[in-house]
Design a protein around this ligand. Sequence first.
Ligand SMILES: NC(=O)c1ccc[n+]([C@@H]2O[C@H](COP(=O)([O-])OP(=O)(O)OC[C@H]3O[C@@H](n4cnc5c(N)ncnc54)[C@H](OP(=O)(O)O)[C@@H]3O)[C@@H](O)[C@H]2O)c1
Length: 394
Amino acid sequence: MQDEVCWFMRKEPAYMQSAKEQCQANLRLLSCRNWLFTSMRSQRTVVAKLEENLLTCSRRKIAQLRKDIPMKAIRINEIGGPEVMQLEEIETPTPQEGEVLIKVAAAGVTQVDLAQRQGTHLTRTRTPMTLGMEVAGTVVALGPGVSTPAEGTRVVSFVEGGYAEYASARATTVIPIPPNLDFVHAATFPVQGIMAYQLLRESARLQPGESVLVYAAAGGVGTLAVQLARLMGAGTVISTASSQNKLDLVRRLGADVAINHNEKNWVELVKEATGDRGTDIILQMVGGRQAEQCLQCLAPFGRMVIYGRVSGLNAQFSDVQIMHKNQTIMGYWFTGWMSSRPDRTVVAARELMQYLATAQLEIIAEHTFPLSEAAEAHRAIAQRKTTGEVVLLV
Ligand SMILES: NC(=O)c1ccc[n+]([C@@H]2O[C@H](COP(=O)([O-])OP(=O)(O)OC[C@H]3O[C@@H](n4cnc5c(N)ncnc54)[C@H](OP(=O)(O)O)[C@@H]3O)[C@@H](O)[C@H]2O)c1
């Protein structure tokens, strides 16, 4: 047993050196030590137990003492293609006033991360930076003034710098996850899940029976929006996508009509499916010509929500048409909701958690990559090879 502990001390000298003194008086260490001495365990199990009990505690204390503990993170030092993403060792964040430190198990990858890397995001990309805005993991330390959630709680949160072993988050935005949800499926809930919810509920103000068109619905936000439209009582739900497997997926998730938007007559097909009226609500995120075509599918008094511009192209809309048909085109920006109306974000998170806890909402998370292969994850998204969520395993 002694050999195993010595082996571990050699393996992790940085942790052990600083942790030793502080942890001796700690009850966690005591229980850990008792556990070690009362049974014979394999080296692997001993290390796991030490990490869980002793290092969790020491990390917090060391962080509070402002000593440098390295962690792995995906960083960009300049704007560019996926090749600018580098696995580097940086200092573990120290949870500040009102924050918690999360040991990241899974990090969601979104189009926003790609836009930040390319310097095309709404806000300026300031390098060097760690990418990633949503994570799932375990709370391992509380900053000053924070008493909940307790250390050890499984949570999801919005963060800055989620492609990393540890990330700090505002305690008020950390959401505990139900036992039936694993980290991989939970990871994309904070941004993509809440966005899909708010697009329909807060922006479009979907009323029961109204028809909805989710454009490019096989992606992270789209797969959730199709299901949420159903759960919120929408009438006809129409989804578009660019390939047969994507169309099959959105149909399985609840779309009544699935249309390939690469077909020349796709606008006519939407009109046909709605008795030539068009849909009451449209969720649009490509921009350019596709957004202009979507407007042709909008019913009188309809609302179209623009929440992305993944093509990078501007759309030109006819003000005469909008006026004549009493239509509304509106924008949605997640960060704006988070910063200006955080109370509404909490409402969204609670209702979504209910759907997830009762298994009414399916998170599609078939594309996972190790943290070190984050660049591959970005390439797969850019090549439109993915469906649903894309997750980094940390
Ligand atoms: N407003 C906000 O605060 C906010 C926050 C986060 C994300 N977003 C936006 O939300 C949107 C969806 O994000 P996501 O993570 O769900 O994306 P995603 O999983 O990559 O799905 C997006 C879908 O868009 C289509 N697409 C991708 N690249 C395209 C291109 N260059 N031109 C035309 N179509 C393309 C693809 O569908 P097909 O292959 O079927 O065409 C893809 O399935 C993005 O526009 C993102 O920027 C907005």
